[in-house]
Design a protein around this ligand. Structure first.
Ligand SMILES: [Zn+2]
Ligand SMILES: [Zn+2]
Length: 392
């Protein structure tokens, strides 16, 4: 199956109309529309928006008609647009293109606030409302329900799922604030989840998780009580040393990989067989950093068959390096897709974008996606057409 996809939002499609949008996409050489079916909050610039230029999406809502009976205790919240229009439905009926649905799974602050028993908690027990924990049974039922629901109710070709795992500590929350410097060691320690579900799961895996949780809390406490600021490079080295020398930490990280891989496997098993399931494995750059989120790249590729990696880098050279490394990790398993942003802050000009696509193709990546129609200026959208239609 060919996958030359444009990432889109329902509000942009609604404004332009599905038929006109699809004509534009086909004109750029695209064959697939990847539309957000569940999405989080934001403050988004829409350079070619007609009704307005800045949009705040409703946090943590779905953009398809969900069937509540397909979920457990945590149920999706419908976006208010749905009372008037179902853009996913219009897309599958009217676009004449393959429609792939993009699901943000566990990053959902609205649902986290409403379901605090299922959110990530640090070593002190503080809830991180923006991340439902993949160890929490109700969070898993929600993620599985979402994937099954949308693929059973709509004839989509497949889904691309994001945030199946443990989000890193740094998130960019509203008015995030501290009167001290941060560093990678502190953030990695603060990002480890020790919710009751993780602790009991890790204990079942033979890890003394209560003792390890107390150790992490003690280490963070001692640092916060001191007047030391770790420089970033030293903090990275300290964290690396912890990972290499602390057996409990290593086993805990392995446990987290297992949690996410098994969730992804349950999702694959719940989705109709003829729908493709791709995993967007990580918010880390480069993608190799996915392990902190519990994304084992090889295991995910073996489980779903498709890894859809973000190549959000400023040059074709860096993309080549990232691709070379991801290939090594996948060991020939599964299909690797590439997502590119033909714009700031990644790619500054058309020639570099053409070189970036060429780098992916030379590395055997034929399935490409571009991020994101509503966010890109007209001139940058034009680069996609140039590269897919072969104009140089
Ligand atoms: Zn967010
Ligand atoms: Zn947890």
């Amino acid at each position: 199956m060919s996958y030359k996809a444009i990432y889109t939002y329902a509000w942009d499609l609604a404004e332009t109309g599905v038929k006109a949008a699809a004509d534009e996409f086909r004109g750029l050489g695209l064959d697939t529309v990847t539309m957000a079916g569940s999405y989080h909050a934001g403050k988004f610039m829409r350079p070619h928006g007609r009704a307005g230029k800045v949009l705040f999406p409703e946090d943590g809502t779905v953009y398809f008609n969900a069937d509540p009976s397909r979920y457990g205790a945590i149920k999706p919240v419908a976006n208010s647009m749905l009372s008037e229009r179902d853009m996913l439905g219009e897309l599958v009926e009217q676009s004449g293109m393959a429609v792939n649905v993009w699901l943000v799974l566990l990053h959902n602050t609205r649902l986290g606030m409403a379901n605090t028993q299922s959110v990530v908690r640090n070593a002190f027990g503080d809830p991180y409302y923006y991340n439902l924990c993949p160890s929490a049974p109700e969070a898993r039922a929600y993620a599985i329900g979402l994937a099954r629901d949308v693929t059973e109710s709509y004839p989509v070709s497949g889904l691309s799922m994001e945030s199946p795992g443990f989000a890193p500590y740094a998130h960019g929350f509203h008015h995030e604030f501290a009167l001290m410097k941060s560093n990678p060691w502190l953030e990695n320690m603060l990002g480890l989840c020790f919710c009751d579900h993780c602790v009991s799961g890790a204990e079942k895996a033979g890890i003394d998780a209560r003792r390890f949780k107390a150790e992490v809390a003690g280490d963070i406490e001692a640092y916060l009580d001191s007047d030391i600021d770790y420089p970033a490079d030293m903090a990275e080295a300290f964290w690396r040393a912890d990972v290499a020398t602390n057996a409990d930490l290593r086993r805990y990280l392995d446990f987290r990989n297992g949690v996410v891989t098994s969730l992804v496997a349950e999702i694959r098993a719940a989705v109709r067989k003829d729908a493709t399931v791709a995993v967007i494995p990580s918010v880390a750059r480069p993608t190799a950093g996915a392990w902190y989120e519990g994304s084992d790249l090889y295991a995910l590729a073996a489980t779903t068959g498709i890894v859809e990696a973000c190549f959000y880098e400023p040059s074709a050279e860096r993309i080549r390096a990232d691709l070379f490394d991801i290939r090594r990790r996948l060991k020939g398993t599964g299909t690797l897709r590439g997502i590119l942003r033909p714009s700031h802050p990644d790619i500054s000009n058309r020639a570099e974008f053409i070189a970036a696509v060429e780098a992916l193709r030379e590395g055997g990546v034929e399935e490409l996606a571009f991020y994101n129609w509503g966010h890109l200026r007209r001139a940058n959208l034009g680069w996609i057409g140039d590269v897919l239609r072969g104009a140089q």
